[in-house]
Design a protein around this ligand. Sequence first.
Ligand code: COA
Ligand code: MG
Length: 299
Amino acid sequence: MSIKNGNVRWAFDLRSWRCTLNDLELATACIQPEEKDRLAKFHFLDDFKASLVGRLLMRQFIKVCLPELDYNAIRFERDSRGKPFFRPNATDQIAAHIDFNVSHHERYAVLAGSFTKNFNENNRQLVGVDVMKMEYSGGKPLSEFFRLMHSTFTPNEWQFIKARSGEQKQTDAFMRHWCLKESYVKNIGVGITIDLQSIDFRLSTVDLSATDIVRNSVVSFEGAPQNHWVFEESLLDNDHCVAVAVKNPSTEYTTELSQNELLFEMIDFERLMKDAKPLIAVDSEYSRKVLGKQLKKTL
Ligand code: COA
Ligand code: MG
């Protein structure tokens, strides 16, 4: 688990995690009480685990950035649109700009984090991330699904998607565009509340890979090219694509990073919980109830 020139890309494979009662007892004692209450409302175990791991990724990220902070003193809040952010104590002296974002879908929970030491208050590096399984399982024919989703993408984006040959390649291209768009709106923090056709991506590389980062997709917003953005795209495996939107890339980002330092690093439960200390009492009854929740489908 490392910070590469201030940038972290972590992925947690939810399918590989056995999630024992012991794991759950520890994990749910290491999150803020209001988050524990929020998680309890999930109907499905899969959703519970994904969101829980997202919270733990955030804690681990801050702990790696600021090792001198006590794990159980790390606090997050959410802004008015629900985006979590780190809230240092008034007495903490932090000479860096920290930003991060979490996403979860199907098999993975991911975090993109940025820890910038040389930053300008008006030009801070910000990140947004989205992960998607490249699968369409909606039941309707794909063409009907695309018709229903018409307003999601611009004519140029649809042209790219539909030019791919075969339903799987078109689904991959659809999900790739979706990830890019969501990484952008999550970076800004607005989520999917704005007109998605006001965001127009132009892609130069046709296929993504798990071994190289693609960083040549560009975006316009309401017709204006957005020059201070970089989009990192890759595959986590054959079925999942991920996009990270970096706004105002720092000097470290643009000059010191090799492309492949931005590939997602797989971390397991043991690494996720490294240096973790409970914030609240272990709640065995809560953890047992969680293990009794339904699975959406076999993860
Ligand atoms: N911007 C960026 N990140 C956000 C966010 C926002 N507005 N709100 C939540 N997040 C973070 C959280 O860490 C969240 O994890 P959690 O649900 O476990 O707390 C994570 O992003 C979810 O991301 P992802 O797994 O990719 O979820 P999604 O594909 O379902 O989409 C949003 C997430 C934010 C894009 C979507 O929920 C949305 O558009 N929301 C609208 C924003 C809004 O107006 N909310 C008002 C209600 S408070
Ligand atoms: Mg998403």
